[in-house]
Design a protein around this ligand. Structure first.
Ligand code: SF4
Length: 494
C-alpha cells in the first residue's frame, strides 16, 4: 500500500524508506530546484526535511514534517545559494528525532561540511567508538553523523578533500548514497554495491544529483545516468568530474525499490519501476492463475502489478477500492485497533463493482498481514463472493540493515505462519506470493546484482550475527513461494 504524504504512518505497518537525497550546483540560486525536488522525493521520507546551501557560508534549515510544512517562503528566501543539498527522512519516534534530521552540518578545520545520507551503515557503532576515543564528540544517534565525522577526521589527517573522499569509505560497511557539500562544492557518492539509488541530471545551466530520476522529469531537467557502483562525482555548473572507488564486479541493488518504494515513473539502474511492476503482475498471473471475474488493485501500490496480471490473464482491472488521499498524518498510538481504523479511513469499496464478484486482489508485499486482512474484510462486507490475494513479492522474513525501516524478525507474519495459515488469517480464498525466480526475472537484473537479504536472510555485506550471501539455488529459499496458490479448504477457488 502506498505511503504518500497525508496518510497515517501508524495505520500502515508497511516498512518505511528512510531517506531521499538531492544536490545541485549552478551559476544562480538553486534553492527552488532543491525545494521542489525534495517535494517530489517526499514518498521516500515524511518525518523530516532539510536543506543546506552555500552563500559565502553554509546556511541550513531542518524541521519535522512534510517538505511544505518545514519551509516557509521566508525560509526559502533566506536559503539562497548557488549550490546546496537536501534530504527527506522517515525516522522512528523518539525525543531526538529532530537531532537526527538532515542535512547534518559540521565545522572542520578545512571548512563546513553538510551531509545527506540514504542507507544504513552496519559498522557505525564500531566507528563511533573509535572516533570517540580520538576525541570526536557525537551530537546524535544517527549513523549519518558517524559518516560525516569519519570524513572530517580523514580530511584532518590528509588535508586533501579528494583523497579523504576516496579513503574514508574504506571504513564504511553497508549502504550509502551520499550528497555532500564541502564549503561550496557538492559531491555525490554511491556505495560500491550500489545498494540504494542515486542518479545525475542537468538542466537550466545546473547539475543535479537525486535519489530518483523522476525529479529530473518534473523539474524539466535531463536525466544523464545512474551513478556507477563506488562512483564519486563532483558537481560543477557545467558538468561533473567522476572517480571510482574499488568495487566488486557485481552490485546489490535493493529489490524493494522496484517492488514498493520508488515511484513507478522513476528509472532505477536501467529498469523503469513501472515496467518491473507490470512484469511482476504478469509473472503472478502465470504462477497463480485463477478463475475470477475482476482484478482489484490495492491503491496505489498494487496498480501496475494489477495491470500486468490483467495483460497475462485477460481479466479486467476494476477500481474496487477508493483511497482517501487527504487523511492527515496522525501521531496516535500504533496499536492494532488504531491501525485497522486507519485502513478503513483510507480505503472504501465501490460496492456495485465488487458485489457478487470473484476478485483477484493484488498488493505489493505483506509485512504483518493486518492491513491486507482489513482490506479483505472491507471487500467481503461489500459483498465480494471470492477473494484471491496475489502478492508481488516473496514472503519477507528477515530484517533490513541497509536502509529500510524493518529491523526485527518478529514483525513479519511469514515467520509465524505458513502460507495456508496466512491465507486463513487474512480470510482469503487463496493466497499466492511471487516466487524469487519470478521476482528476479521481472527486475531484469541478474540474481547476483540484487539484494534479496530480507527474503533469504543472506546479505551482500557482512552483518554481525547474519549470513553473508553465498550463491545457492533460489529454490532453497522458496519453501512457501512458487507452485500452487494456498487455498482455503472451505471454499472453492477453481
Ligand atoms: S534487505 Fe531487503 S529491503 Fe534491505 S536492501 Fe536488501 S532487498 Fe532491500
Amino acid at each position: 500500500m502506498a505511503r504518500d504524504p497525508g496518510t497515517s504512518d501508524y495505520s500502515d505497518p508497511r516498512p518505511k524508506e528512510k531517506c531521499g537525497i538531492i544536490g545541485c550546483t549552478g551559476t544562480s540560486p538553486v534553492t527552488s530546484d532543491l525545494y521542489y525536488g525534495l517535494r517530489i522525493l517526499q514518498h521516500r521520507g515524511q518525518e523530516s526535511a532539510g536543506l543546506a546551501v552555500f552563500d559565502g557560508g553554509l546556511k541550513a534549515k531542518r524541521g519535522m514534517g512534510l517538505v511544505h510544512e518545514v519551509f516557509t517562503k521566508e525560509d526559502l528566501l533566506g536559503l539562497r545559494g548557488n549550490s546546496g543539498i537536501g534530504h527527506v527522512r522517515y525516522s522512528t519516534t523518539g525525543s531526538s528525532v529532530l537531532d537526527n534530521a538532515q542535512p547534518i552540518v559540521v565545522n572542520t578545520s578545512y571548512g563546513e561540511i553538510a551531509l545527506a545520507h540514504n542507507g544504513d551503515i552496519a559498522n557505525a557503532n564500531e566507528i563511533r567508538e573509535e572516533l570517540s576515543k580520538k576525541g570526536w564528540a557525537f551530537m546524535t544517534t544517527s549513523d549519518s553523523e558517524v559518516i560525516v565525522r569519519l570524513l572530517a577526521n580523514e580530511i584532518a589527517n590528509t588535508g586533501d578533500v579528494k583523497r579523504a573522499l576516496r579513503e574514508f569509505t574504506n571504513r564504511l560497511v553497508g549502504a550509502y548514497s551520499l550528497a555532500l557539500m564541502i564549503n561550496d562544492t557538492v559531491y555525490a557518492i554511491r556505495d560500491p554495491l550500489a545498494i540504494r539509488p542515486l542518479c545525475v541530471g542537468e538542466g537550466n545551466g545546473r547539475m543535479m544529483i537525486s535519489s530518483e530520476s523522476v525529479v529530473f522529469d518534473a523539474l524539466g531537467f535531463k536525466f544523464i545516468r545512474d551513478l556507477k557502483p563506488g562512483e564519486i562525482v563532483e558537481l560543477r555548473a557545467d558538468g561533473f568530474e567522476s572517480t571510482r572507488l574499488p568495487h566488486p564486479n557485481h552490485t546489490a541493488h535493493c529489490m524493494f525499490e522496484w517492488v514498493y518504494f520508488a515511484r513507478p515513473d522513476s528509472v532505477l539502474d536501467d529498469r523503469l519501476v513501472y515496467d518491473a511492476r507490470v512484469k511482476i503482475g504478469e509473472q503472478l498471473a502465470r504462477e497463480y492463475p485463477i478463475t475470477a471475474d475482476i482484478i482489484v488493485p490495492v491503491p496505489e501500490s498494487g496498480r501496475a502489478q494489477a495491470q500486468g496480471y490483467a495483460q497475462a490473464s485477460g481479466l479486467p482491472v476494476v477500481e474496487g477500492l477508493i483511497k482517501n488521499r487527504y487523511i492527515e498524518r496522525t501521531f496516535i498510538m500504533p496499536d492494532q485497533q488504531e491501525r485497522e481504523i486507519g485502513v478503513m479511513l483510507k480505503l472504501n469499496p465501490i460496492r456495485s463493482a465488487v458485489k457478487n464478484k470473484r476478485i483477484v486482489l493484488i498488493d505489493d508485499s505483506i509485512v504483518r498481514g493486518t492491513t491486507i486482512r482489513k482490506i479483505v474484510q472491507i471487500l467481503r462486507l461489500a459483498g465480494a463472493r471470492e477473494i484471491h490475494v496475489r502478492i508481488g513479492c516473496p514472503p519477507i522474513r528477515f530484517p533490513c540493515y541497509l536502509g529500510i525501516d524493518m529491523k526485527t524478525r518478529n514483525q513479519f507474519i511469514a515467520n509465524e505462519k505458513t502460507v495456508p495459515e496466512i491465507a486463513d488469517f487474512i480470510n482469503a480464498d487463496s493466497l499466492g506470493y511471487l516466487s524469487l525466480r519470478g521476482l528476479i526475472s521481472a527486475l531484469k537484473h541478474s540474481r547476483d546484482d540484487v539484494c534479496l537479504g530480507c527474503l533469504t536472510g543472506e546479505y551482500p555485506v557482512p552483518i554481525p550475527g547474519e549470513k553473508l550471501r553465498r550463491e545457492k539455488p533460489l529454490e532453497m529459499f522458496a519453501e512457501s513461494a512458487g507452485g500452487s496458490p494456498s487455498r482455503k479448504k472451505t471454499k472453492t477457488a477453481a
